[in-house]
Design a binder for this molecule. Structure first.
Ligand code: AMP
Ligand code: MN
Ligand code: MN
Ligand code: MN
Length: 299
């Protein structure tokens, strides 16, 4: 199947740390010419039915999605799941377990911020969390922008929310093996999200890809809002080296905060196998009627 498809397989709604509803995201994706869409909220699939219904109403193809937080050799890595059965109990329970520590972590983050004179951050962040089960650093960042501690969320992360800063709290997420297994046993495909974002040495990155593949992982994001054009090429080569399919997704969170708009990234390079080729039977509704060698970007 062609790599020339306006697929956007990574974005966030109010169900995690995005600011738009699943329905508003679907409409925005459609308006931007997205042909195949997936909503991938952090550690949560509560928005899947709404997203799939909205996509269907707009005549847009849909894959179920999630982005699972994982701790791998001391760093947080994100694993996207696509095309799984959202009713799979192992996956549902695994995600609930992964979300479990967020409440305490948020209180500890607020305590850290209070020590440097920022009061009320827990309540302030919670106000922004559409889903109280899924309070994230992004919600703290919005509160610190609201209270003019910083001018934008990027500055908040840099000064307060990354390792070594007052609002950072060490946290253990799911294991790589568990996340990949939950997704694949639910009939889905596990995909390494935005690999260029991690601060791994070459050896550590090799270990990540090798172990991921060993656990049954099948894909890697190549074209994402977190990569530069030269990183598209680097990870297209990595995908080929490890025999992984390639994915494309904006990681859109909010019209006010995201620099990459839904459905506007370049297409995947022509030399990779797109994830939608392996997921063809899980796309809703089936089939994805598209000519093999189309050259039109679809918008
Ligand atoms: P959490 O899962 O609570 O650790 O929050 C992680 C989320 O914070 C990511 O999914 C991004 O949406 C956001 N994030 C991480 N780093 C940054 C940054 N430097 N600037 C803005 N947002 C960020
Ligand atoms: Mn996020
Ligand atoms: Mn991510
Ligand atoms: Mn994301």
């Amino acid at each position: 199947m062609t790599t020339i498809l306006n697929a956007d397989l990574h974005c966030h709604s109010v169900v995690s740390d995005g600011t738009l509803t699943p329905e508003a995201l679907a409409a925005r994706a459609k308006a931007n010419g997205v042909e195949l869409w997936a909503l991938t909220d952090h550690d949560e699939i509560g928005g899947q039915l709404r997203a799939a219904k909205a996509a269907q109403a707009l005549g847009m193809h849909y894959l179920t999605g999630v982005e699972i937080s994982v701790t791998f050799i001391g760093q947080t890595v994100h694993i996207v799941g696509l095309g799984f059965d959202p009713k799979n109990q192992n996956l549902v329970q695994g995600l609930a377990q992964t979300r479990g520590g967020r409440g305490q972590r948020a209180m500890d983050m607020a305590a850290g911020l209070a020590k440097v004179g920022i009061q009320g951050a827990y309540e302030g962040a919670l106000k922004y969390a559409g889903n109280h089960d899924l309070i994230s650093r992004t919600h703290f960042a919005r509160f610190l922008v609201e209270t003019k501690v910083c001018k934008d969320t990027n500055e908040v992360f840099r000064k307060y929310l990354v390792d070594g800063k007052p609002g950072y709290v060490e946290h253990r997420w799911a294991t790589l093996k568990d996340a990949v297994t939950w997704i694949t046993q639910a009939g889905g495909m596990a995909v390494i999200a935005h690999p260029a974002r991690y601060k791994f040495s070459a050896n550590q990155e090799f270990a990540l890809f090798t172990e991921f593949k060993g656990h049954g992982g099948q894909g890697v994001e190549v074209v994402t809002g977190s990569h530069t054009p030269s990183e598209y090429l680097t990870y297209a080569a990595t995908a080929k080296e490890f025999g992984l399919a390639a994915s494309r997704g904006s990681d859109f969170h909010s019209p006010d905060e995201s620099h990459t708009e839904l459905g506007t990234l370049p297409f995947l390079p022509g030399n990779v196998t797109p994830v939608w080729e392996l997921l063809a039977d899980r796309i809703q509704p089936m089939p994805l009627n598209r000519p093999e060698h189309s050259t039109s970007p679809g918008h």
